[in-house]
Design a protein around this ligand. Structure first.
Ligand code: TYC
Length: 117
């Protein structure tokens, strides 16, 4: 209650500087409320992983519709790489680990990785 608490805490606000020396100084409050960086999860083409397996991964791991999953799979097949989804870093890295685990379980060489947006 009260003393020292700024209104709108969590909303991302920055207090106006109390002293001229603080103009232009990034405050801790701003750092803490910055939205997290986002990471693309990339799928790479290979000559051995079946198309329907890749479509299944895109549906089950990345929540794509079957139609969208087919388009992404074909993009990867033709261009060599494509974006399966965009997430904060920890979620993106977990998706990559899941792709690699599911592919390895079936003996497929499917590769995935993250790239900062
Ligand atoms: N090129 C594979 C094939 O012809 C299909 C494929 C698509 C593999 C996308 C990997 O990320 C991939 N069976």
């Amino acid at each position: 209650m009260g003393a020292g608490v700024t209104a709108g805490g969590g909303g991302g606000g920055v207090k106006p500087p109390k002293h001229e020396r603080d103009l232009g100084v990034a405050t801790e409050e701003r750092k803490k409320t910055k939205r997290p960086d986002r990471y693309k999860v990339l799928l790479h083409n290979d000559d051995y992983t079946p198309m329907d397996f890749v479509v299944g991964i895109l549906v089950q791991v990345f929540g794509k519709s079957p139609a969208a999953a087919t388009q992404i799979m074909l993009q990867v097949h033709r261009a060599g790489m494509g974006v399966a989804g965009v997430y904060v870093r920890e979620i993106a890295e977990t998706k990559v680990a899941t792709v690699h685990r599911l592919a390895e379980e079936r003996g497929y060489p499917l590769r995935s990785g993250v790239e900062k947006e």
